[in-house]
Design a protein around this ligand. Sequence first.
Ligand SMILES: Cc1cc2nc3c(=O)[nH]c(=O)nc-3n(C[C@H](O)[C@H](O)[C@H](O)COP(=O)(O)OP(=O)(O)OC[C@H]3O[C@@H](n4cnc5c(N)ncnc54)[C@H](O)[C@@H]3O)c2cc1C
Length: 376
Amino acid sequence: MDFRLTDEQLQVEEMVRGLSRKEFAPRAAQVDEESRYPAENHRRLAELGLLGMLYPASYGGAEAGPVSYAIALREVAGGCASTGVGMAVTNMTGEAIFRFGNDAQRSRYLPMLSAGKGAGAFALTEPGAGSDAGGLSTFARKDGDGFILDGSKVFITNGSHACVMIVMALTQKSPRRISAFLVEPGTPGLSVGKCERKMGLKGSDTVSLSFEECRVPGSAMLGAPGEGLKIALSTLDGGRIGIASQAIGIARSALSTATEYARDRRQFGQAIGEFQAIQWMLADAATELDAAQLLVFRAASLKEKGLPYSKEASMAKLFATEAGNRASLSAVQVLGGYGYIREYPVERHLRDIRVTTIYEGTSEIQRLVISRALCG
Ligand SMILES: Cc1cc2nc3c(=O)[nH]c(=O)nc-3n(C[C@H](O)[C@H](O)[C@H](O)COP(=O)(O)OP(=O)(O)OC[C@H]3O[C@@H](n4cnc5c(N)ncnc54)[C@H](O)[C@@H]3O)c2cc1C
């Protein structure tokens, strides 16, 4: 066992950390304040090959592997969490198209995604189907050589900036069969709702999608008919490593601000970092975030080797997002009143990280996945 990163992974870490600290972090407060989609960050990610990290160069990707991807995403999210989630969903969409798409689909969409011509979106959740994603009701009925989609999706990240969306829909009601479709923006019958106003991740667009008699060609189907739920769930396995990394990145930034503050802030004639109560908060947060990082690296390494990793990805997501939330809450506490005001970034980190225990499967659903794997 070797806990050291390879030279290549270290290079990715250094390059993305530099980019994120120099360009993304300084804009993050303004992006949050104005609830503005940071298109310039998306362009920079594309320029540096960070939007197609999980497929080969023949399709415009960087094929950096899941471990390097986890590192890159952590560093991006540490600077700007909204940019991090946009990057995560774009990479996840591209990877799904690479894994399940045919050559025509790969050739059409993957170079666009990696070049940043648009983001990728993954549309599974519906008003009546969240955790129970298999209960979705968007219907795709066969129409000649194509399909007509009717239904609606909610909470779709990147939905208004996507160049392609993977949309899960029922193609048969009884027995239920779900299929996946690649839908392009501007397709007649597809309307994109307004951006949700959220607690955090305000620079990420989260929209509803409505499909009314929305016709797509038969060639838009991703994978085989009836394979949609399998595609969605296995895509989410990889996505969970990404969200765990996002949480670690955000929480590390919060912890770094708290540590610096604990060194500088003096009360009762000494630095607050000399009080054991503060020391323990910092030590617990640092330890839990390191443990989370090891779980993420384990899941990503299994994935990189082509081994099963679903349970490990859920464990990483469960632990990293919960630990990240605890660490961010502690960071606010360490800063006292200053932790609660916008002059310092920790209140934003806390708002941004909150959703990581919810999307791509809540913590309760991760426990379900883990316990099912344990019980066989
Ligand atoms: C900012 C944001 C971005 C998102 N981006 C996307 C996206 O890009 N694509 C997409 O498809 N979706 C996206 N989502 C949706 C997200 O994945 C869902 O919100 C999430 O899966 C939970 O579904 P729900 O909100 O319907 O909650 P529900 O499923 O209604 O859950 C409510 C509560 O009940 C609990 N619960 C539900 N079932 C069980 C159970 N069996 N056992 C124990 N507890 C249970 C849940 O854990 C939760 O605490 C996004 C959401 C947000 C907030």
